[in-house]
Design a protein around this ligand. Structure first.
Ligand SMILES: [Zn+2]
Length: 455
């Protein structure tokens, strides 16, 4: 093993983010390929990278495999369900249709396959992969790093035939900022398709385009639900109570990692699913989830196969580990909140606290963007992790008791309140240990917004 490369400094990370932002603002986007490439690179960094500053070698075929996943559904006709609108495959290039879409669509009809696992089982799939790899190499991989009138290879360089090399620190940044890269890419991707005049007849005023492009198909989720009921019984994964109607839930939230993996699904009450919303289910569930992933791995893979959803237990585990470590580092609020629900559900206070929710958090950066953009001439939003240096006993729990923990404390009578707070403080201690000098560090996300109104 070579020596561990240190992760990039905070300044280097900011430089990386600023360049990503410039790439979107100043790059040329003839087709949607560059968005697909950024999403693919971020996902591969999550799945294959590590939390140090090391370079990461990726094969162009790995990227092509991602392209096929991303475009698989896009190569089928889109319909708005509205009368008077045409049905057709959305055009994803400003000139002729994007080659990758044409290749996938031709492959689908030639072989009569509907799902990716079916496609992968065919011999001909290898040649589809080769074609897509050629396009990926000739187009987005060649041009992604051109912006602002020059070339700045800050993400990768070519590492030999069929190989690219993510530069030192890049895999780290992509893992760290994966949700942001995803969101930016998806927003621009949707806009690209909407702004392509040739899609006008098909799209109309359609609002569900983003769902069509990026969400799991309802059909396959229904197949997953049926399989999970057989496997796990009619029980909610989180609360253990009987299910009547059930939601198929992404254990690592879809908002964090928007890709379907069979091993990442559990059945849950929609109420339990919602209370978890976009935070990661707390540690209480993690062990049980990991245990189930190991012991039922083959069954889960089979459910995926039936539903046409990729199955890969190793990747799913890596994604979960990544999700937990980044939530712990960056989204302290997710941790603080997840533990609040855990503690609330297990103790003499659980009846009283049923239905109580953490104080609402601030909106996501994307939501602020959507609200402010129409009102402003220019808008800059950035996020940073501010390290609160807290002092005193159980400082993190004390800190939360003034904010997100408040509704729980308020709902309890004095005798239960004390026990509840003690249990919450105990849950926080191992996550945020007190340092030798008595300080407890709490990394907390802070959002900065600079908006200018035309004057
Ligand atoms: Zn439940």
């Amino acid at each position: 093993m070579s020596q561990r490369t240190p992760p990039p400094s905070a300044e280097q990370q900011l430089v990386f983010l600023a360049k990503i932002q410039r790439l979107f603002a100043e790059g040329d986007f003839t087709a949607t390929y560059k968005f697909a490439l950024l999403i693919s690179l971020a996902d591969l960094a999550v799945e294959l990278g590590a939390d140090d500053g090391a370079e990461l070698t990726l094969s162009i075929r790995q990227i092509a495999e991602r392209f096929i996943q991303l475009y698989w559904r896009h190569a089928t006709p889109y319909s708005t369900d509205k009368s008077g609108m045409a049905t057709g495959i959305l055009v994803q290039n400003l000139g002729a249709q994007a080659t990758v879409i044409t290749q996938i669509s031709r492959f689908r009809s030639l072989h009569g396959v509907h799902t990716l696992p079916q496609a992968r089982a065919l011999k001909a799939y290898a040649s589809l992969l080769t074609h897509v790899a050629k396009t990926a190499s000739a187009q987005p991989l060649t041009y992604l790093q051109n912006f602002g009138g020059g070339t700045d290879p800050f993400i990768y360089e070519h590492g030999g035939p069929g190989i690219i090399l993510l530069k030192a620190g890049v895999a780290y940044c992509l893992r760290r900022f994966q949700p942001l890269v995803q969101q930016l890419s998806r927003t621009h991707w949707v806009e690209h398709i909407k702004n392509n005049r040739r899609n006008g007849l098909v799209l109309g005023e359609s609002r569900d385009l983003e769902d069509f492009l990026f969400s799991s198909s309802r059909q396959s989720l229904a197949v997953v639900a049926e399989g999970l009921r057989k496997l796990d019984g009619d029980r909610c994964f989180y609360c253990g109570h009987r299910l009547i109607e059930s939601d198929v839930d992404h254990y690592v939230p879809f908002s964090l990692y928007p890709r379907d993996l069979a091993h990442n699904f559990v059945l849950a009450h929609s109420k339990c699913n919602r209370s978890k919303s976009d935070t990661l289910a707390a540690r209480l569930h993690l062990e049980r989830w990991l245990e189930r992933l190991e012991s039922r791995s083959d069954d889960l893979a089979e459910i995926g196969l039936k539903a046409g959803i990729s199955a890969d237990s190793t990747t799913t585990k890596k994604v979960a580990a990544w999700g937990y470590s980044s939530a712990c580092q960056a989204g302290a609020s997710a941790w603080l909140r997840a533990a609040q629900y855990d503690v609330a559900a297990s103790g003499p206070w659980s009846e009283t606290l049923k239905g109580v929710a953490s104080a609402p958090s601030i909106l996501s950066h994307g939501e602020y963007w959507d609200i402010l953009r129409p009102l402003t001439a220019s808008l800059d939003i950035w996020e940073t992790i501010y390290l609160h240096a807290l002092t005193g006993e159980d400082a993190v729990a004390q800190w939360a008791s003034g904010t997100s923990l408040r509704p729980f404390l308020d709902a309890l009578p004095a005798d239960l309140r004390e026990g509840f707070f003690a249990a919450y403080a105990a849950a926080m201690r191992p996550i945020y240990p007190r340092r030798a000098d008595g300080t407890t560090l709490l990394p907390f996300r802070r959002l900065f917004i600079v908006a200018q109104v035309q004057g």
